[in-house]
Design a protein around this ligand. Structure first.
Ligand code: NIG
Ligand code: FE
Length: 422
């Protein structure tokens, strides 16, 4: 019998669980996983060549190496579609102020918030920012995240934003995590433009965005559309320019107040509309009609001690493609674990573990234009595979507060293995 030689066979699993396809799953399809008891994955030249019952894969392939899953579960590498990982200082003081009753907007108005992180980033050297970013990415990888969208947004000047984008480009070229760079110069108005906000929008549109696009430093442009940040009109102008320059669009919308940001994201045909705690019914319908991915951040309201959360179940039932993410940043969510996000999305949005897994892999990849490359365990896709120390995929939602990741295979290479004490 002819056996195909392959680089790696991941075997010994109790279950393989994966969404299917290269487009975002909606409605009932969100939870339609392929589940293979005792499933295995064959990998060659960095790609998946087969995923299915171990018996068949072992019969048909001659692996040069094997990875023993020891009764664990195989799922696609997590895709975190919304993070802010480039910063130099942390804000545990604000966390404590909130436990004593202060709100996010009050802290920002008092000079804390985004602008406090901006002071740290402006003062930091490139080397320091690189070192910190690498440490954050190492942690993402340990936690099973193989693709990370990374926003700037704590520089807020041409010079400091370029510094952050160049740090991203340099780390991207040498780290195992696949980084997707997003320019978020419109995260807040910096101190020196507080009295003339229009002038900062002009700077973004006339100087910053053209430079970012010319030097191909970002794939996406994001805006914080909010009462305390950029208005609908300002957001429309910034994002319209970004689109003309060839950048994809992402938006922070309807997070703290209902501004109609979801409707704007749909109008612009954005790749994603993120947060959405205050989304309106019209906004939900508009996102569904345009197929804009709603990137939800279930731990953020908890971290900010906000009552209101995004209507996750309602959006799924209305046909909005949803993804789930950490929103990792020093202010509103110091969290990097996608397995934790899966648990909280299940509990807060009333989603099944299967729905959460699709939202944390394939749908997140689709929101980043990477649905054909990663997000599922299927032949032809990049071999981004997790070996989890759980008996089935349902434990991903069920178990809180533990990193279930045993091995991370990224592009066919074992990029992380947990040290085991026996
Ligand atoms: O996604 N909402 C705006 N931006 C971040 C928070 C940034 C910060 O507080 O540093 C967010 O929640
Ligand atoms: Fe964010």
């Amino acid at each position: 019998m002819n056996q195909r030689p392959v680089d790696l066979l991941i075997r010994g699993a109790s279950e393989l669980a994966t969404p299917l396809g290269s487009t975002a799953r909606v409605g009932r399809e969100l939870g339609a996983l392929r589940i293979v008891p005792r499933g295995a994955v064959a990998v060659d030249a960095g790609r998946i060549v087969a995923a299915g019952p171990e018996e068949e894969l072992a019969r048909d392939h001659a692996p040069r190496a094997t990875l023993d899953a020891e009764g664990g579960t195989l799922v696609p590498g997590f895709v975190d579609a919304h993070t802010h990982p480039i910063f130099a200082t942390t804000r545990e003081d604000e966390f404590e102020l909130r436990t004593r009753g202060a709100t996010y907007a009050e802290i920002a108005a008092a000079g804390g918030g985004i602008l406090s992180t901006t002071r740290g980033v402006r003062a930091a050297s490139r080397e320091e920012l690189e070192g910190r970013l690498v440490r954050h990415l190492d942690r993402f990888l340990e936690l099973g995240t193989t693709t990370v969208e990374a926003k700037t947004g704590y520089g807020l000047s041409l010079e400091a934003e370029l510094k952050c984008l160049e740090v991203l480009a340099s780390v991207r070229a040498r780290h195992a995590v696949d980084l997707v760079p997003t320019f978020l110069g419109a995260h807040d108005f910096p101190e020196e433009y507080r009295a003339d906000k229009q002038a900062y929008v002009d700077l973004l549109v006339r100087e910053m965005l053209p430079r970012v696009a010319r030097d191909r430093l970002a794939e996406y442009c994001d805006v914080f559309t909010e009462g305390i940040a950029f208005s609908l009109e300002q957001s429309r102008r910034i994002l319209g320019t970004a689109r003309e320059l060839g950048l994809g669009l992402r938006l922070h919308v309807d997070q703290l107040t209902p501004l109609g940001g979801a409707e704007l994201a749909a109008e612009l045909g954005a790749a994603s509309a993120d947060h959405l705690e205050h989304v309106s019914e019209r906004g939900i319908e508009a996102l569904a009609a345009r197929g804009v991915v709603a990137v939800l951040c279930p731990v953020v309201p908890l971290f900010l001690r906000q009552e209101r959360e995004a209507p996750g179940r309602r959006m799924v039932d209305a046909g909005v493609p949803i993804a789930i993410s950490t929103d990792f940043n020093p202010g509103s969510c110091y969290l990097q674990s996608m397995s934790e996000v899966i648990s909280w999305a299940a509990l807060r949005y009333r989603l099944s573990a299967a729905e959460c897994l699709t939202a944390a892999t394939l749908n997140a990849a689709c929101s980043l234009g990477r649905g054909a490359q990663t997000g599922s365990l299927e032949p032809g896709k990049r071999a981004d595979v997790l070996v989890l120390d759980v008996p089935n995929h349902r434990h991903l939602a069920y178990e809180l507060g533990r990193n279930p990741v045993r091995h991370v295979v990224r592009g066919g290479r074992v990029a992380f293995s947990r040290a085991v004490v026996r």
